[in-house]
Design a protein around this ligand. Sequence first.
Ligand code: UDX
Ligand code: ADP
Length: 450
Amino acid sequence: MNKNIVCIGAGYIGGPTMAVIAKMNPDRKVLVVDINAKRIEEWNSADYNLPIYEPGLVDVVKETRGKNLFFSTDIKSAVQECDIIFVGVNTPTKMFGRGAGRASDLQYWEATAREIKEYALGDKIIIEKSTLPVRTAAAMDAILNDHARYNFTVLSNPEFLAEGTAIKDLLEPDRVLIGGPQTPAGHDAIEEAVEIYSAWVDREKILTTNVWSAELTKLAANAFLAQRVSSINAIAGLCEATGADVDEVARVIGADKRIGPKFLKAGPGFGGSCFKKDVLNLVYLCETFGLHTAAEYWMGVIEMNDHQQERIVSRLFREMFNTLANKKITLFGFAFKADTGDTRETPAGKVARLLAEEHVRLTITDPKALNNAQRDLADLDGIVYESDEYKAAELSDAIILMTDWRHYPTLDWQKIYDSMRKPALVYDTRNCLDANELRKIGFKVLNIGK
Ligand code: UDX
Ligand code: ADP
């Protein structure tokens, strides 16, 4: 009999991952629980007004919800009913005490471990999904198995999905990683986890390691990706200074098979819940183990990223005659990337704050992230939030394109130009618009790395 599964934490990771596991394992019952009752209500909403936007997610939830996928706040019953427990609770960067600004805040994870221990009425396999610092599984193992009545085996199964492509990434992963204790019980638990994924993933793509390798791999993989983005953004600054074109440079660099074309797109810097957090975690780990040069090396990836948004605003300042006060500037896009409403660590947030310091009259438009933008910038007065791009652009002095939403290039840019104050400026920080066309219309155009 296939074992039932519960996931504690119904967020960006838990929700989509469990929906896909339920779809591909129709004979297993999959429960998703959360302490946030509003979130659970949204997952259960009759009109599928789900708490997160992710292309394809609604279809998978329609197919599975009420059949073998269930959302609830009843953590106790779920833990008792299921032998396999995924944990996808949030692990934000710690903002207080030891390791503040670097280490992960593990209070939600630890609270979850204690809940599991309190409610369990039998042996359990605990699978960590949230990105955690190396050796957290060992700490959880210690909490769970200290004077425990049952056996708890802790595995690490880091999630590599990217937001905006979560369902595709889950259905067609490059690899699935499962780390577990190198003991007989550990091997059995790893096999249980492998079985869940082998319902749709080729066995050779399911890689098994020890727990610490799995935990470190997640941090390292994200650090490598973040480093590529910072590297190309570092080259972008040099391109602007010299007259080289960063997109041309990236195209040629990426044609080298050893380097490859992905993650070489210069832009406003990386955002999202993972890159900054995971690199900071790596920095903290390096410092903890006295590897100070390695810590500084990875810290450079973050510093480069922070600098990118400052550079964008400085250049705009210069191009707008060294004063931005009272000018109307409209941000096109606020999400950290296209196809998501997520605004965690979004570069647009930092740009908005830098512009507010210059007393800009700021308008923000975004097809999916306006609610989150409003929440993130609640402490700033006078910002206008407008879902209609044409209305947002009216009488603006400049538009800064922050997110590469697919429909932005297809907007009627002539109409936008006509409604703006002149000289009208477009700063395309994603290099996704046709700059020549815009110049023909009359816009002054700025790009990244050109
Ligand atoms: C990332 C990892 O890709 C994923 O494997 C991991 O599980 C979680 O972190 P995510 O943060 O959702 O996923 O998005 P991703 O597509 O990696 O983009 C991260 C940021 O980098 C975005 O702000 C994006 O705009 C930026 N980026 C990405 C660039 O600026 N240039 C690029 O070439 C690629
Ligand atoms: P991620 O991007 O890692 O999925 P989210 O913040 O989107 O992170 O989701 C994490 C979820 O975990 C939130 O919905 C939060 O309410 C939930 N959560 C945090 N702590 C607990 C807990 N002790 N028990 C149940 N759910 C929890």
